[in-house]
Every structure is written in C-alpha cells, then in structure tokens.
Design a protein around this ligand. Structure first.
Ligand SMILES: Cc1cc2nc3c(=O)[nH]c(=O)nc-3n(C[C@H](O)[C@H](O)[C@H](O)COP(=O)(O)OP(=O)(O)OC[C@H]3O[C@@H](n4cnc5c(N)ncnc54)[C@H](O)[C@@H]3O)c2cc1C
Length: 391
C-alpha cells in the first residue's frame, strides 16, 4: 500500500456552515501541500523523527504559517477558521508529524498578545515565512500538570537573566530557532506570581537540545528535551511583565484546548472514513465485512458519535470567532473529543481485524498517534477538575 491513503469522507448528517469561499480557496492550497509535501513522506518523518526543515519555508511561502497574524507582522490577518483548516487538512492525510499549528496558533499568539512592538517586529514576520520555527517549553522532567512547581530559574544579572534548568516533551524542540520558556523569576509564597515567560534564541550559549524523544506514536513529530546551563538572555527578551507568566498562559488556554478538539474531531472523521472503505472491500464468509449487522451497527454508532462531536466543535468555533468561548466549554471539548477519538480508533482497528494492527494501514498509525491527545494540552483529568470547579 502507498504511504498516502486518503479515504473519501463519510457524508455529514448535519451540514457544516462555518466556511465561505475564501476559506475553501485556502483549503485547496493547504490540501495540495499536505497531499504532495507531507503525506507521501510520512515514513521518512517517522524515521528521522522530524520534518525536513525546508518544509517550514515552503509552508511559509504558501501563506500557511501564522495566517491569523496581522499583515504588518507578516500574516494575512485572517480569522481562526484558517487555523482550523490547517488542522483539518493535516488530519485528512493522517499526518501527525508537522507542528505548524503549535508554531502559528500558540507560540505566535504569545508574542502578538504580550510582546513589545520590537519583539513582534523581530519574530512574527520570520515565523510567518518559516525562517524561524517556534516552540513553547512549559513541561519539565519533574512537573507538567502542576506548572507552578517548575524549577527552571531565570535570575537577574545586570541587563540579563541567567537561565538554568531543563524542559521535556517539547514539540518543535529539535528544529526550533526560538522558544518561549516558562521560568521562575521569584521565590514568593504564591507560586503563580513567580512565573514569567522568556523568549530564548536557540543559538544562545549554554542552550542545548536533546535528541528527538522516542515516542509511542506521533513518531514523525519533533519532540525533545531542552537544557539551559547558565544561558544569558537579555531582559529585553522578557515577554510581558515579570511574574505575569501564569496569567498570560491562562489567557490563550481556551483556544489551545479547542485546537486539540479540532484535531481530534477531524482525526475521528478520518478514522471512520478509512474504516468504511476497508469494510466495504474486505470479505469474510463470502460477503463484505460491511454486510454483517455488527459492522453496520458499530459504524452507525461511530458515525453518530463523530457527528455529535463535529457539531459541538463547530459551535465552539463560532464562539471562538466571537471571542466568547468559555474556558469550561473548551475543556469539555478537549477532554470529550480526545476521549472519543481513542474509542473510535479502537473500534475501527477491531473492524480491520489483523490488518488494523499493521503499520502500513492508516488506522494502525492513528491508534498509536491519537493517544497523546488525552495527555498534552492539560491532561483530561485536569480538564475535568477545571470543569467541576465551575459547577
Ligand atoms: C507528544 C507530546 C507533546 C508535548 N508537547 C509539549 C510542548 O510542546 N510543550 C510543553 O511544555 N509540554 C508538552 N508536552 C507535555 C504535556 O503537556 C504534559 O505531559 C502534560 O501536561 C502532563 O504533564 P506530566 O507529563 O508531567 O504528567 P503529570 O502531571 O505527572 O500527571 C500524571 C498523571 O496524574 C494526573 N494528575 C496530575 N494532577 C492531577 C490532579 N490535580 N487531579 C487529578 N489527576 C491529576 C494526570 O492527569 C496524569 O494522569 C507534550 C507531551 C506529549 C506527550
């Protein structure tokens, strides 16, 4: 089988209403890119554990990086549906290697929302062209969910901070040219008031990257450990104000959680579509697997669940566009749709029989790739904790 298998989508039962002609024109460009530049080479990305660096520049040339950034900073000033399209088209080819969305829709947003004019001018245009790859480093070997307990410190020294510590599981970490690092700048009793964000260039002395980490799935995605050993960073690289890091991190969390729900909803549609094609082809006892009542009922259940997720995600997206998506609604989207995709993919593997366990089939890759969605972006347990607090 070829490395790129794009199934025909299962028709939605509830029509989508989010996109206009401009969005669809953008989708056509993005689709071509993923079909020709990313999808066919997925095995290569998995073997080397990251994309080819030039792909970032190609994506930039096509206007696919940072599209929502204002034009004066190199973006196209468009709405977040363009970001959604990027994520959906990535899922459509079963790609789990590219980290474009984290770069464009998380890292760039921090700089846009909290950066000085100088920082925005310095970083955003280069992020939009792909000249700079961005990452964000919060998690440490000793702490992830409990972000206030981070140990990486940035101590003032003249015009600089001196950075010491390490970060782990950092997406785009291996190829990054710049990373927004969550650091401790104080020793106050209230942990959240000690947290700040620093922009750190990858070529600073004392900053080293580990090899890409060997993951269960998402093997083509560049994920690595970062080490800071007496790294001098000018105070001008501080993002926002000292001690405001936690508040800045909270501001964009609803959107960041929505991003995972978007990826999972599109991924669940992909899993269903590829399975429908398979069960129509594959025969047992003289008839297609599709003809068994168990298969049809199972697919009816999956189609219904995937559709219900789609309607919720699209409605939340409307709220994103109106700037009205509440944090609990985003937490619910993140946890529920990432749980759903795990269940959907598991059932789809079962309907594939033994071939569902073979990596040449897209559903097998989906099986190992989708698991991480329940862990990153705030674990699903943390999502439930946050939802429950508002009851
Ligand atoms: C593929 C991948 C990419 C990632 N990319 C990035 C990245 O780019 N940048 C970055 O900073 N991080 C990244 N991460 C890290 C990710 O965000 C963390 O792994 C995640 O936040 C969980 O933290 P942890 O691993 O320390 O788990 P822990 O916090 O140690 O949690 C372990 C378990 O305890 C549970 N738990 C913890 N606290 C509570 C509580 N209060 N109530 C109930 N249960 C609780 C958790 O839900 C989990 O089940 C990535 C991770 C992966 C797997």
């Amino acid at each position: 089988m070829s490395d790129l298998q794009i199934p025909k989508p299962v028709a939605p039962m509830v029509p989508r209403t989010l996109f206009n002609e401009d969005h669809e024109a953008f989708r056509a460009t993005v689709r071509r890119f993923f079909e020709t530049e990313i999808g066919p080479y997925h095995k290569k990305w998995e073997t080397q554990q990251h994309l080819d660096r030039e792909l970032w520049n190609k994506a930039g040339e096509l206007g696919m990086l940072c599209p929502t950034m204002p034009e004066e900073y190199g973006g196209s000033g468009v709405d977040r549906l363009y970001s959604m399209i990027m994520m959906e088209e990535q899922a459509r080819v079963g790609d789990s290697a590219s980290g474009f969305s984290l770069h464009s829709d998380i890292v760039a947003n921090y700089i846009l929302n909290f950066g000085t004019e100088e920082q925005k001018q310095k970083w955003l245009p280069k992020m939009a062209t792909g000249e700079v790859v961005g990452a964000i480093a919060m998690t440490e070997p000793g702490t992830g969910s409990d972000l206030q307990s981070i140990k990486t410190t940035a101590k003032p020294d003249g015009d600089d901070y001196v950075l010491n510590g390490s970060k782990i599981f950092i997406t785009n970490g291996y190829l990054c040219d710049m990373v927004v690092v969550v650091v401790k700048t104080g020793d106050g009793e209230k942990g959240s008031e000690n947290v700040s964000l620093l922009i750190v260039e990858a070529d600073r002395e004392g900053f080293t990257k580990g090899k890409p980490l060997e993951k269960v799935g998402m093997k083509g995605q560049d994920t690595c450990e970062l080490f800071f050993n007496d790294v001098r960073v000018p105070k001008d690289n501080l993002l926002g104000q000292e001690g405001m890091g936690f508040i800045m991190l909270m501001k964009e969390l609803a959107w960041e959680r929505m991003m995972i729900a978007i990826i999972c909803a599109a991924g669940a549609e992909f899993a269903l579509a590829t399975t429908v094609e398979y069960v129509k082809e594959r025969k047992a006892f003289g008839k297609p697997i599709m003809a068994f009542q168990n298969t049809r009922f199972k697919l009816a259940e999956l189609r219904s669940q995937v559709q219900i997720a789609r309607v919720y995600v699209d409605r939340c997206m409307e709220l994103v566009l109106e700037n009205k998506l509440g944090p609990e609604a985003a937490c619910a989207a993140k946890y529920w749709v990432s749980d759903l995709i795990s269940e959907v993919v598991d059932e789809c593997v079962q309907l594939h029989g033994g071939y569902g366990y073979m990596m040449e089939y897209p559903i097998a890759r989906a099986y190992i790739d989708t698991r991480a969605n329940r862990i990153y972006g705030g674990t699903n347990e943390i999502m439930k904790e946050l939802i429950s607090r508002s009851i």
